[in-house]
Structure formats: C-alpha cells, structure tokens
Write a protein that binds this ligand. Structure first.
Ligand code: SF4
Length: 321
C-alpha cells in the first residue's frame, strides 16, 4: 500500500506533562470537538489520504476516542495509528475496544528503561508501568507497535538499555527522536538539550541492539554526518507523504514545510556528499549549540534517498562498528 497519511491533532490535553513537550504552550486551547475531527477526516479522505494518525496532546484520554477511530474505519482509512503515551492501553478492555473499532498501529512513547528516568521526564507518577503494560497489551492484541523515544540530556546515556527493553517487549519498531527545542523543550533547554555528538555513540549502540535482534529501528532529526555507519536508519528516508490537520489550518505537504521552516543546513554543507538528501538538524539546535559539530562528509554525491537504501556495500544493514 502506498501510504498517504494525515496527522490529526485532536487537541492539546494530556495526562503526562513532559519536560520536552513541544505542544506544552498550547494546552490552554484544550481539545477539538468531535464534529471538527470528523470533518477533518472527511476532508482528508477527499484529499486522497488512506492512513490516519490520531495525535494530540493525548488522543486516548478523549471520551470520543473509540468513536473517532470507528468513524475513520468506516470512511475507509486502511492504516489507523494512535500516537499516544500508551497509558490508557494498560486497561485491556479499552485496548480491545480500540482494536475492535479499527486501530491497527500503536505508537506509544517510552523515554526511559526504568520508571525513575521515564517518570522524571513525564512528570507523571505511575506512567512507566502503564505505558509498558500498554505495549504488552497492544502486542497481545496483534497490533503493530512502533515506539518513539525522545532523546534528551537526562536519558541519552541509557538508550542502549532502552533498546534492550524494546527487544524484551517484542516491539515491531523503535525510533530515537532527537529532541526538538519548542514548547517545554525550549523552556527547559539547558536541562533537556544534549550535545548531539556526545549522544550519538549511545544512540548508535541502541540502534545496533535493535538491528541485531531483527527489530525495525530509526533515528529522527540527526543529519547524516552524525550517522556514519547507520545512514540507512535515518527516519527521514522512510517518512510517508504526510498532510497535517492543525486546529486552524492544513499542511498538505509536511516534508516540504519541515525542510523549509523546521530544519537547517549550514554553509559548510555545500561540500558534503549528502547535501541533496540531508535536512540538517532542527533549526533551533545550532542557535545555541553552534554549527561546528556538522562536518561535511567527503565522497561521491548522493542524489536521492533511494541511492542510500540501494547501496548495501557502502551503507550496510548491519553496521560494522
Ligand atoms: S554536513 Fe550538512 S549536509 Fe552534510 S550531513 Fe551534515 S548537516 Fe547534512
């Protein structure tokens, strides 16, 4: 299936309060109405979307969450993903109702291999065991489980342990997403923002644990010059075409907007072999951390993402280090 996905931001209320939440400043807007979301789904379908990601805030704490998933199913969306902190899935009855309504992909966030790390970040006591139980329940119900972990200063050293936990939980895929300094992550910048080049050795070890155990892995918002040996695991190589329904406007081509307004390349990138396929880091990163870490990679110019995926010799599936 060629996936054209719509991300529906269903509102901003959440039962976690993460130190790095990019939406934190929007909480006072609350949630959108059931009808607004149904209208957005209908419009997205007319625009040609065949996949939907329900996101927030926290989508699953809405009273109408099951009804909205059923509505998306009725409209004919083939892929229905819940992007969630996963806590509500600790309740097996709720998880079963979601699956019966049509949810087929579970995208929980887990940021620490043990409660002390995860709950320091989510500022929600009990959230670790609920999310872990949610993952176990989702797997029992046969959902594809795609976990996201935001990499921040307090957790980057533990990404290999986190990867081991994901292996134990039999997740289908995990992604390490480098923190984006918006919302709370901007407010708590000093506390949250790691130096990328210091975090990378740990992130790579975590990725390798997943790779060697046959789990899909990705790393988001990290440029290729930081990914030596792991280039084919850049999330940007795989992101499907996506439109986004923000409360008041549509973004029809998220990739274009992300590159133009979200990410940043540097003067030195002009001589890098990845310059035509690289998006650079989130643009807020170099504003405080500088640009010296990003060193152009010498070699034959890479013209398309597919060239990386097709070239197993230069960009091996099993990293050598
Ligand atoms: S040097 Fe620039 S173009 Fe090259 S990988 Fe790094 S950020 Fe991307």
């Amino acid at each position: 299936m060629n996936l054209y996905r719509v991300d529906i931001k269903t509102g901003y209320l959440c039962n976690n309060n993460c130190y790095f939440c990019v939406q934190a400043q929007n909480r006072h807007y609350g949630n959108r109405t059931t009808q607004e979301i149904k209208d957005a789904l209908i419009t997205a379908k007319k625009k040609g979307a065949n996949g939907v990601v329900f996101t927030g805030g926290e989508f699953t704490i809405r009273k109408d969450a099951v009804e909205l998933v059923a509505f998306a199913k009725e409209l004919g969306f083939e892929s229905i993903q819940l992007q969630t902190n996963g806590r509500m899935f600790a309740n097996m009855d709720f998880a079963k109702r979601m699956v019966a309504a049509g949810a087929n992909e579970f995208g929980p966030s887990l940021h620490g291999y043990k409660p002390e790390i995860h709950e320091y970040l989510t500022r929600a006591p009990g959230s670790w065991s609920q999310t872990v139980k949610g993952i176990i329940n989702a797997k029992k119900l046969g959902l594809r489980v795609v976990v996201n972990s935001v990499v921040v200063k307090p957790n980057y050293r533990y990404t290999p342990q986190l990867a081991k936990l994901f292996v134990k939980l039999h997740v289908d895929q995990f992604q390490f997403a480098f923190v984006h300094a918006l919302g709370n992550a901007a407010k708590y910048y000093e506390k949250m923002m790691p130096v990328m080049s210091l975090a990378m050795p740990y992130i790579k070890r975590g990725l390798k644990i997943g790779i060697l155990n046959g789990i899909g892995v990705m790393v988001e918002a990290v440029p290729f010059c930081m990914l030596k040996g792991y280039e084919r695991y850049a999330a940007e190589l795989y992101m499907p075409d996506t439109m986004i329904k923000e409360p008041n406007f549509w973004i029809d081509n998220f990739e274009e907007v992300r590159k133009r307004e979200g990410k940043k390349l540097f003067p030195q990138c002009k001589t890098c072999r990845f310059r035509f396929v690289c998006e650079g880091p989130w643009k807020e990163y170099p504003e405080k951390m500088g640009i010296e870490e990003f060193k152009p990679v010498p070699g034959e110019i890479i013209k398309s993402k597919q060239e990386i995926l097709n070239n197993e010799k230069e960009f091996p599936i099993i990293p050598k280090d």
